[in-house]
Design a protein around this ligand. Sequence first.
Ligand SMILES: C[S@@+](CC[C@H](N)C(=O)[O-])C[C@H]1O[C@@H](n2cnc3c(N)ncnc32)[C@H](O)[C@@H]1O
Length: 405
Amino acid sequence: VQEISHTAVERALAWYAATLAHAPGAPFDARRAEELSHALAEGAPCDAGLFDQLLTFGRLMHRLAGKPGVPPCNVGDVIVASSRLPPIGADHRWERDTAVDAATFAKLGFASTSRGIADAQHNNREGWRSHTERCRSFIDAAADSLPGRQLAVILGVGRAFDLPLATLAQCFDHLILIDVDSESLALTEEALLRTSPRALIETRVMDLTGINRTMVATIDRLVDPSKDRATIQKQVENYVRSYRVGPGQLLNEGEHADLLVSSCVASQLAWPQRAYALAHLEKLGPVVGEAERSWSRAWFEFELRVQQDHIRACTDAGQVTVLISDVTNRLTALDESGIERATGQKVFTLGVDSLLERVPQSLRVARHGSWIWTRHGPGPGGEPGSWMEVEAVLLSGIDRRDVVS
Ligand SMILES: C[S@@+](CC[C@H](N)C(=O)[O-])C[C@H]1O[C@@H](n2cnc3c(N)ncnc32)[C@H](O)[C@@H]1O
């Protein structure tokens, strides 16, 4: 998989050096394209500048996709290819550990996040309805297209607001529901057993990222109040930039899902650690201006890498994967006549304009959909509302292209 992305990036850089690099406004010249190619081939250490330039390149290539003569390559490919490059300035060990312990769970605030999601759904059922219907029908259609329906695995199942669990329980011999939150899992299982009493349902409490326990322990250790904020900040930034865990195994040895579903999970995996670290750091002084920019860049790189590993872990574990994610959060406010309108402010939850930019060349997109999810309205105290742009893809490995038609 890495090789496929690496080759895609190499080809794209060679094409760019021979064509676009000379055009006015090109992000870098032909010599730099060659240097980037060498850096990837030789496994040069990946500093912030190198990562950012590769990202810019991935974005550019995605925008050009489909034009005659343009080799396919996107942001997903550059992230996968750059995961082979060693980090700079940090000597941290990242070991996968998917266990969930009470202290880490509490520190990362998972229970209150789950409550927030349940409240948002409860208070805006009408707004969620069409999002729920789109998600569920996309997943149902994927299940219908499969030749085998033994095992379906649902990641980050939560309270299953978006998921057609009852129909999946009917279609598949065995369902595995996974979440970091045991309470949500228990409620979801209980509700499902009421509608599908004969279904074979298994719940697994698991940290899909495999990093939360070690990360919290490392952040606790690095944020040493006897040192100054700037020194600690640099150490934490180097630490998060050194993330190189890889996709990891989501299922037990010998298990393979006919259908794997990850719905509104990818964007959720890498922000709780950032919020936790920032809350700690800010006790030692404000993180503003240049410090804030440097902090955001480091965590952005971490976020992209964690999300990319999630995509790969899903497609490794499932014959086909339904990946649904919020992509752009369009903030809203009430205008003078009390009508909700987009403010123009956007938050890119996957760091790109489209989920398709994150699907590397080792995967095939058999179906794609997009819609708006009116998640919540503006609050009474002027808090912004949220219209989410959501995208769904049905993915399989390129070696499994005949699985879905
Ligand atoms: C936005 S919710 C999606 C809920 C679900 N798809 C639905 O239909 O309602 C994200 C879910 O991912 C879970 N989650 C977040 N981080 C996780 C992690 N590291 N490992 C496992 N589950 C995680 C949360 O507990 C939550 O239930």
